[in-house]
Each structure stands twice: as structure tokens, then as C-alpha cells.
Design a binder for this molecule. Structure first.
Ligand SMILES: C[S@@+](CC[C@H](N)C(=O)[O-])C[C@H]1O[C@@H](n2cnc3c(N)ncnc32)[C@H](O)[C@@H]1O
Length: 283
């Protein structure tokens, strides 16, 4: 039987040989999870000897990582806005940049006791809707997604976060969606990759994450046209629209927003100068 230090060293090299660039962090996260501890706390456990069950499980999970499966799917867990979410192959793994949508909204909304009605278009795991509702304790919201698989995961997360009474889900195609309801906030991280950008993704993403969550039509802006038109009628006056964008889409989307009576309030730029998140208000 191996100690923590020994098994980490062995598997780290093995993962590197399989071209996993994040070999060190991945093997540590997987082992920390098995030992029910944090990655940082593993440092204090270097000399502990693993039992056979732990070693076997570790080898099994590392084997999956060698096949390029993302760690979040292997562990069925991803942190988003300081909370853990259940994730599996049925949903996109929540990305750190998506948290910016919550940040931009909360920067503008000063009174957290307001009772907002919110709509999440393409809710996936439910991470955006749930994070917002956990911050805004009197608000309620609806998440829609075309994928019944994704909605099953979102439902599980809503239950996990005790939000059954404030979060509803509906299976809908946002491209044909019409609603008479009025909302205070609409957010969306729609599929925004073009087919050619999709083709360039790494195997970790392409072979595991749902394509339907990633590809937004030929040039990637199909969904924004629909979301902005929908938001124009479904948002109350001064209501907020928070959108995540793909690379090189800001000019087109900001023009679309202006043409539909939206005022851009805030935006977030990545280090590569791409604008990734926008917050707009309906005039
Ligand atoms: C980029 S993922 C975002 C998931 C989640 N909101 C997040 O930020 O992690 C886009 C989501 O939109 C959903 N979707 C794709 N096409 C759709 C459509 N026509 N109508 C509704 N939802 C759709 C996908 O199933 C996926 O869950």
C-alpha cells in the first residue's frame, strides 16, 4: 500500500504522460475528495497510508481522467459562486467567468431584500439561477432549458440548495419562446460557439460536454437575437439583462442591444481584451 505522497507522485507522472497538463492539481483534487479533505490539507497527510479500497478507487478515477474526462464529471461536483453543484455529462460544467454575471448584477442591485422575478434562459445545471436566488432571498425565478437531461440535474441542484419554493423549471425551446410574464431580471449564458470554434475545442470538452450547450448556430449569435427580442418584451422597465458572450461577439451584441432599447450598464473584459459579460437595462 502507498502513502499519499507516493501515490500522488506515481499518478501525477502517469497523467502527464497522457498529456494531461493539469496533472498535479487533478490528481490532488481527486485524492483529496476520496479522503474527504481539501487539496490544501493533503499537505499535512503526505505520510498517511491509503487502504486498498481508497487506492482502488483512486486508480479507477485517475484512469477516467487519463481518458480526458473532466474532473468535475469524475467527482460529480463543481464549485460556483462559493457553493457546490452536482454535475454530470448531462450539463455544461459551470465556468468561473459565468460567475461574473452574478457579480455584475449584485454590484447594481443594492437592496438584497427586493423581491425580484428572474428568468434564466438555458439554465443547464441551474448554477446562475440558484446563485442569484441564494443572494436575493426574497426573489423567485424560473430556469428554462431545451434539454430534459439538463433539467433533471438543475432539479437536483435546486433540491440540494433548498430552493424548491422559489425556483421553478420548464422545458422550453428559447428560440420559439413567447411569454406574457414580466421579469425584473433575465440572465443567460447561451450556447455561443460557432461551428468552427467548436471544432477547435480540446478533447476534454468536445468528447464529454453536451454539444447542445456549446454551439449557438453557424456564427454563434443566433441565440442572442432571440434572447434580446424576448427580453425587450418580457422585462419590466429598467429591468436587467445579463449576458455572457463569446469571443469577438461584443460589437454585434452591443449593436443588437442598442437597437432593442437597451442601455449597457457594465461589462467585463478578459485579459485578452475580449468582453465576456454584459449587463444592460431596458429603457
Ligand atoms: C452554455 S450552457 C449554460 C448552462 C448554465 N446556464 C451555465 O452557465 O453553466 C447553455 C444551455 O442552454 C441550453 N440550450 C441550448 N439550446 C437551447 C434552446 N434552444 N432553448 C433552451 N435552452 C437551450 C443547453 O441545454 C445548455 O444547458
Amino acid at each position: 500500500m502507498n502513502t499519499v505522497q507516493e501515490i500522488l507522485q506515481k499518478n501525477y507522472k502517469d497523467l502527464l504522460n497522457h498529456n494531461i497538463q493539469t496533472a498535479k492539481i487533478d490528481s490532488e483534487v481527486i485524492l483529496a475528495n476520496i479522503l474527504n479533505t481539501t487539496r490544501i490539507n493533503l499537505i499535512t497527510k503526505q505520510d498517511i497510508t491509503l487502504n486498498k479500497e481508497q487506492e482502488d478507487l483512486f486508480s479507477k478515477l485517475v484512469e477516467r481522467r487519463k481518458q480526458k474526462e473532466p474532473v468535475a464529471y469524475i467527482l460529480n461536483k463543481k464549485e460556483f459562486w462559493n457553493e457546490n453543484y452536482f454535475v454530470d455529462k448531462r450539463v455544461l460544467i459551470p465556468r468561473p467567468e459565468t460567475e461574473i454575471l452574478i457579480e455584475l448584477l449584485l454590484k447594481k442591485i443594492k437592496d438584497k431584500n427586493k423581491a425580484y422575478k428572474v428568468l434564466d434562459l438555458g439554465c443547464g445545471s441551474g448554477c446562475l439561477l440558484i446563485s442569484f436566488l441564494k443572494e436575493m432571498r426574497k426573489s423567485q425565478g424560473m430556469g428554462v432549458d431545451i434539454s430534459s437531461n439538463a433539467l433533471e440535474v438543475a432539479k437536483k441542484n435546486i433540491e440540494l440548495h433548498n430552493l424548491n419554493n422559489r425556483a421553478k423549471l420548464m422545458r422550453l425551446d428559447l428560440l420559439t419562446l413567447h411569454t406574457k410574464d414580466k421579469f425584473d431580471v433575465i440572465f443567460s449564458n447561451p450556447p455561443y460557439l460557432s461551428s468552427s470554434d467548436y471544432a477547435k475545442l480540446s478533447d476534454d470538452v468536445k468528447n464529454f460536454e453536451p454539444k447542445q450547450a456549446l454551439v449557438g448556430g453557424f456564427n454563434g449569435v443566433l441565440y442572442y437575437k432571440k434572447i434580446i427580442t424576448l427580453a425587450q418584451s418580457a422585462l419590466k422597465k429598467n429591468g436587467y439583462l445579463a449576458l455572457e458572450l463569446g469571443d469577438r461577439q461584443y460589437r454585434t451584441i452591443s449593436k443588437l442591444l442598442q437597437d432593442h432599447s437597451f442601455r449597457i450598464l457594465d461589462k467585463y473584459q478578459l485579459i485578452n481584451n475580449e468582453i465576456r459579460c454584459i449587463l444592460a437595462a431596458k429603457m
